[in-house]
Design a binder for this molecule. Structure first.
Ligand code: NDP
Length: 331
């Protein structure tokens, strides 16, 4: 049984040296009520970076010397729990281990005949719920409005933009390569895409792509990209602060534009969003996601990395933008 621990707290951009591999003999003995799980897919996510640091947040930090955990899909390979059969697949928050015992608490059964198993970590998992609920609960979209999405080619962003199109919005995506921008407009139905890495003047590029201004900004990245969007916001604009990946590796507090004048002038709303605050709305959101997927109105992108031992590298690559859509490790 292999596991991946946090070896030390990263300072700035994490590296492979911050992770350590541990191996133990395959000798888990199950107690009554337990199941033995073999990990199938592991999700690597930006919020894990926050948990690697020792600072107060909405979720406690990882402990040094202990396994990292994230969303995992696993197969039940042995069972002493009547609620689970051998061969069942489950999804939940689990440590980065190839195998482990669990009492089944917090795990949801997933059906590989309804959707490919990796998708339960993406569009029919936390990713899809974040996109749907952030956009609806804070964005309050109305047909004909203009939506800007940052981190648009990533897991959450690529779904936000597509939902925007389903709802009849004008959708502009911001991403970090021409290939990604091309994917947004030619495969995912976005109206415009902007490559923030090659665009010198983001403020003008956004004004040009959104001549009628921006009504909703779904922010995954923060920093200078979001500063540039502020110059285009309309009266009563809604800004969903879903993530701020551009500053997750910062060692000092970021300084930037002062947002208050933009908010005052436009009676605009800016609100932080954490998907777990909306658990009561998950079933309803999931119904929409599954229906749209079934109807072919919604699609998803994945970047799948093979091999449990490549999990730390997959995390680093996702942080560096090497993924399109959801970054997932196939164990
Ligand atoms: P993504 O699949 O979007 O992967 C991260 C992406 O961030 C990379 O592909 C990269 O794309 C982009 N990126 C990296 N550095 C920068 C930078 N300096 N400036 C701009 N973009 C950058 O990850 P997720 O979809 O899983 O998460 C997206 C955001 O949503 C994150 O901020 C995450 O923390 C947040 N989130 C929040 C949740 C909540 O409940 N609030 C739940 C889930 C996610 P590129 O090539 O375009 O740079």
């Amino acid at each position: 049984i292999k596991s991946i621990n946090l070896k030390q707290r990263p300072i700035g951009t994490p590296t492979l040296a911050d992770f350590e591999f541990k191996e133990q003999e395959n000798n888990v003995t199950l107690s009554e009520g337990e199941i033995l799980l073999h990990s199938t897919y592991i999700s690597v996510d930006p919020y894990l970076r926050g948990r690697m640091s020792d600072s107060k947040s909405y979720i406690p930090p990882f402990e040094v010397g202990q396994p990292i955990s994230s969303g995992v899909v696993a197969e039940v390979i042995e069972t002493k729990n009547d609620n689970f059969k051998k061969g069942d697949f489950v999804a939940g928050m689990l440590p980065w281990k190839t195998q482990q015992a669990s009492n089944g608490e917090g795990l949801q059964k997933v059906d590989k005949n309804k959707a490919p198993l990796s998708v339960y970590l993406g569009i029919v998992g936390m990713t899809g719920l974040t996109a749907f609920l952030g956009l609806h609960e804070i964005g309050k979209p109305k047909k004909g409005e203009t939506l800007v999405v940052s981190g648009a080619a990533g897991a959450v962003g690529s779904v936000v933009g597509q939902i925007g199109k389903i709802l009849g919005l004008n959708v502009i995506g911001i991403a970090g390569s021409d290939e990604k921008v091309n994917m947004l407009t030619s495969e995912l139905g976005f109206d415009h895409g902007i490559n923030y890495k090659t665009t010198k003047d983001m403020k003008s590029a956004i004004q040009k792509a959104a001549p009628n201004g921006v009504d909703i900004y779904f922010d995954n990245v923060g920093g200078p990209i979001s500063d540039a969007v502020l110059f285009s916001i309309n009266r009563f604009a809604r800004m969903i602060i879903c993530g701020a990946i551009s500053v997750y590796n910062n060692t000092e507090l970021p300084t930037g534009l002062s947002v208050q004048p933009f908010l005052v002038k436009n009676s605009a709303l800016m609100q932080g969003f954490i998907v777990s605050n909306y658990a009561d709305k998950f079933p309803e959101a999931m119904k929409h996601l599954v229906t749209w997927l079934g109807e072919g109105k919604l699609t998803y992108k994945e970047t799948i990395v093979e091999g449990f031992e490549n999990t730390p590298q997959a995390f680093l690559d996702m942080m560096a933008g090497k993924n399109k859509g959801k970054m997932i490790v196939k164990v």
